[in-house]
Ligand binder design. Structure first.
Ligand code: NAD
Length: 488
């Protein structure tokens, strides 16, 4: 592809794409085969000022539009997402590298959040109470203004959809800063919003990387922001926003533990553990990364190995996002080998015929790993599972509890009492029992604990409504003289 042929997907504002002539661009490559698939401009401060201006203007009318009318746009958008589901899955697969089924599944999860947002008129919790004779207090919920959402590479549609429908349903106008590695899906979502009848300027996309994001966070016209990405950046973004007095919620990385006890069902456990660790090539914040076998778990590990070996790279397992990610992940495996841990299944050097420039890492299982090893502690964000052993469930819980993250933790058992014991003690916001990716289904909210989240509340469900709105408390007293009005 010559440089002239590269398709540039612009920022999106005022109901259309916009590529300012003076801006530099970032090339977008497909992890599937390394092909150049597009480019996006890098927003300068002037561009951001203009987009924030557009969103501020749109806020006036959008926030004054009745909630029941606002959600009509979301209903139409849902129909369009369903109609264009295959096309969107193709695009997500192309720019992210995951399998088509995984790409389609993230749209379906996005639709679930959208469905929650369409029910906002039914769940709007504006309470009113007579607090003393003739005096009532009532809550009124207001949107915040122009809000920002900063997204990671691993879910080009689903993570943005955690926030967009709820935030705009609540009456805010919205700027999405997608990951510069996967910026194309965001533009397509914006086009579909316009087709659904969303007024111009309500939903905007701004492209760029760190500098663009920092300028957006600091912009006085932006009232609040959500962030999803690595813990290192989540902490920085949260602190930056908090220093400016802005409302912020920043979701970070994870290191999720799966615990298998002797009474676990071997078949269910083996399939589920492998699906959790290897799905989306391990690039999801809910992926299992540490497996702890408690006591004598029989042949469960052999079954897990067999399941992992069945996986066909390039068919059941997609690519990792970049050659840098592949090198980083394989570096962890190299060092585990050098430390004399047992590489039971080795995904290094994986490639797919005809797609030699694709960035693939095969399923990897590392056994004999001590609790303090780097592969047992760092977020590797690849299809790599470190296997540890303990004698007791309390020892396993101690390992899980001591990790700084807190997104997910799961146990495999056939005992209700053991499951309950684990659920009460795991230090994670989302706990699974015989489920390795315990993503709550809406209306249950998504959110981790500890260093997997900075800020208060969860990102979806009613917490999303609380985050993207502010409450006014109106106290009313009607006196007898007030009855002497023009009607008397
Ligand atoms: P990342 O932190 O590198 O980037 C996320 C976003 O922040 C991108 O849009 C990027 O352009 C921007 N950014 C990067 N550096 C920045 C800086 N210094 N200041 C401001 N903005 C900056 O994350 P990633 O590699 O795109 O995504 C993978 C990470 O996201 C993993 O750690 C994963 O666990 C995490 N994640 C967490 C959740 C969750 O719900 N907790 C969900 C999905 C992904």
């Amino acid at each position: 592809m010559t440089s002239e042929a590269i398709k540039i997907s612009g920022h999106y504002t005022a109901g259309q794409q916009w590529t300012p002539a003076q801006e530099n661009t970032i090339a977008v490559y497909s992890p599937l085969d390394g092909a150049l698939i597009g480019a996006v401009p890098i927003a300068t401060p002037d561009t951001i000022d203009q987009v924030v201006h557009n969103a501020s203007r749109a806020f006036v009318a959008w926030s004054a539009t009745p909630l029941k009318e606002r959600v009509q746009v979301l209903f139409r958008f849902k129909t369009l997402l369903e109609k264009h589901g295959s096309e969107l899955a193709n695009l997500i697969q192309l720019e992210n590298g995951k399998t088509w089924a995984e790409a389609k599944a993230e749209i379906d999860k996005g639709i679930e959040v959208l469905e929650f947002a369409t029910s906002l008129p039914q769940i709007w919790d504006q309470g009113v109470l007579e607090v003393s004779t003739g005096v009532s207090c009532q809550y009124e919920r207001f949107p915040l203004g122009v809000v920002l959402s900063i997204a990671p590479f691993n879910f080009p549609a689903m993570v943005p959809m955690w926030t967009i429908p709820i935030a705009i349903g609540c009456g805010n106008t919205f700027i999405l800063k997608p990951s510069e590695l996967v910026p194309l899906t965001a533009v397509r979502l914006a086009e579909l919003f316009t087709e659904a009848g969303l007024p111009r300027g309500v939903f905007n996309v701004v492209h760029g990387a760190r500098e663009t994001t920092e300028y957006l966070i600091d912009h006085p016209g932006i009232q609040a922001l959500s962030f999803v990405g690595s813990t290192k950046v989540a902490r920085l973004v949260y602190q930056r926003a908090a220093t400016l007095g802005k409302k912020a919620l920043a979701l970070g990385g994870a290191k999720n533990h799966l615990v298998v006890v002797p009474d676990a069902d071997p078949e269910i456990t083996a399939k589920n553990v492998v699906a959790s660790a290897m799905g989306c090539a391990g690039q999801r914040c809910m992926a299992a990364s540490v497996l702890i076998l408690v006591g004598d778990t029989g042949n469960i590990l052999d079954k897990i190995v067999a399941e992992a070996q069945k996986i066909r790279v390039g068919e059941d397992l997609g690519a990792v996002i970049s050659s840098a990610a592949k090198a980083r992940i394989e570096g962890y495996i190299d060092r585990a080998e050098a430390a004399a841990y047992n590489i039971l299944v080795d995904g290094r050097g994986a490639s797919v015929a005809g797609k030699e420039k694709g960035t693939y890492v095969g399923p990897t299982l590392i056994e004999g790993v001590p609790a303090g090893a780097e592969c047992a502690c760092d977020e590797i964000f690849g299809p790599v599972l470190s296997v540890l052993r303990t004698n007791t469930l309390d020892e396993a819980l101690a390992i899980e509890n001591s990790n700084p993250y807190g997104n997910a933790a799961s146990i495999y058992t056939t005992s209700g009492a053991v499951a309950r014991y684990f659920a009460e003690r795991a230090s994670a916001g989302m706990v699974g029992i015989n489920i390795g990716v315990p993503v709550p289904r809406e209306p249950f909210s998504f959110g981790g604990w500890n260093e997997s989240k900075f800020g208060h509340g969860d990102i979806t469900g009613m917490d999303g409504v609380r985050f993207w709105t502010k409450l006014k408390k109106v106290t009313t007293k009607w006196t007898a003289s007030a009855a002497q009005n023009w009607m008397s």
